[in-house]
Design a protein around this ligand. Structure first.
Ligand code: P6P
Length: 338
């Protein structure tokens, strides 16, 4: 049997043979992967582990937290604060950044994450996931208080040095880029290891599958109305082919389907979200997913600009998201800018 390549071996080879990552970034990604293993185990227990249902609190987004949201956030914080590789962390579940406690050494990286994306699916046993993004902490950054530390995170998505997601589905997968393409690891629960199962992921440039929450149709802007209507028109329409639709309501699951067989995912700006700027969060949803999608040959825009070029204004900034198969993303983006 061909020798299995574990996550640790892949990261070591990226560091040693290609100089793509540092030892501290290797440690960071390994630690995040182990936190995702712990989250996967907690999710897998479901009702047996007393982790289903509401936590009885709201997050900074004003969303009711699930018990697993809070548990996943705590797992990631506890796993990452002692290693000496991080300066600070930021999460969808926390208003302000979490500084590495003074009793631990600080490192050169910043970590942002959505600890459990797709929470509305937890109690109905549908795939959910963890999304993470890694930035370098700017030299001289003011990390004296959580409020001051926010500024250090406000870097465009092009500054990310790594990004990934874990998808907790029939299998638990870790999908990762360190800027050298996209790789997929499958969790071997018996070994307690992520094993490399796919390298050089490539998203087909064309697709016949779109993902959008159709219940928002009346709120969409004209370019998205036009594009979705053209896809619904099928073979007889201007696009000359029939399309299929999927909507899991877990971004990680929808993006992973696109990573696997192509497609286009849209959470566009709509009139009920206009004052918020969109639904999905830039720093720990749109940016990491956009980097992964581009590294796999796809495209990711707001409809009007490349997501990775956005200069963040605040930690929990929301943006419209259109990502996936390049030719389709280019088409609908073109409708916005025509
Ligand atoms: P809706 C989950 O809450 C999430 O942030 C994404 O994972 C998902 O794509 C989207 O929201 C689902 O939104 O409006 O369809 O419930």
């Amino acid at each position: 049997m061909a020798q299995q390549r574990t996550l640790a071996r892949y990261l070591t080879e990226e560091q040693r043979n290609k100089g793509v990552i540092t030892g501290d970034l290797k440690l960071l990604i390994d630690i995040v992967s182990r936190a995702c293993q712990a989250i996967s185990i907690a999710i897998g227990k479901g009702g047996l582990g007393g982790v289903l249902g509401e936590a009885g609190s709201d997050n900074v987004q004003g969303e009711a937290q699930k018990k697993l949201d809070v548990l996943s956030n705590d797992i990631l914080l506890d796993a990452n604060e002692w290693g000496g590789h991080l300066a600070a962390m930021a999460s969808e579940e926390m208003d302000l950044p979490h500084l590495v406690p003074h009793r631990f050494p600080k490192g050169e990286y910043l970590l942002t994450f959505d600890p459990l994306d797709g929470s509305s699916n937890i109690d109905v046993n549908v795939s959910i996931g963890t999304i993470f993004s890694v930035l370098k902490c700017p030299d001289g950054a003011d990390l004296s208080t959580p409020q001051a530390a926010e500024q250090a995170f406000l870097q465009p998505g092009t500054a990310q040095v790594a990004a990934g997601y874990a998808v907790y589905g029939p299998t638990t997968l870790l999908v990762l880029t360190v800027g050298d393409g996209v790789v997929v690891f499958t969790l071997d629960r018996e070994q307690g290891q992520f094993i490399l199962t796919q390298e050089n992921v490539q998203i087909p440039a064309d697709t016949k599958e779109f993902a959008i929450n159709m219940s928002n149709q009346r709120f969409w802007e004209a370019p998205v109305q036009r594009y979705v209507a053209e896809m619904q028109a099928g073979k007889e329409g201007p696009l000359g082919k029939d399309y299929n639709m999927r909507w899991v309501a877990s971004m990680v699951a929808d993006v992973h389907r696109i990573m696997t067989r192509g497609g286009i995912f849209m959470y566009p700006l709509d009139s009920k979200l206009k004052d918020k700027g969109g639904k999905l969060r830039l720093m720990y949803e749109a940016n990491p997913m956009a980097l992964l999608i581009e590294q796999a040959g796809g495209a990711a825009t707001t409809g009007r600009q490349r997501i990775l070029d956005i200069q963040p204004g605040n930690l929990h900034q929301r943006v419209p998201v259109i990502l996936g198969s390049k030719n389709e993303v280019d088409r609908v983006t073109g409708y916005h800018t025509a």
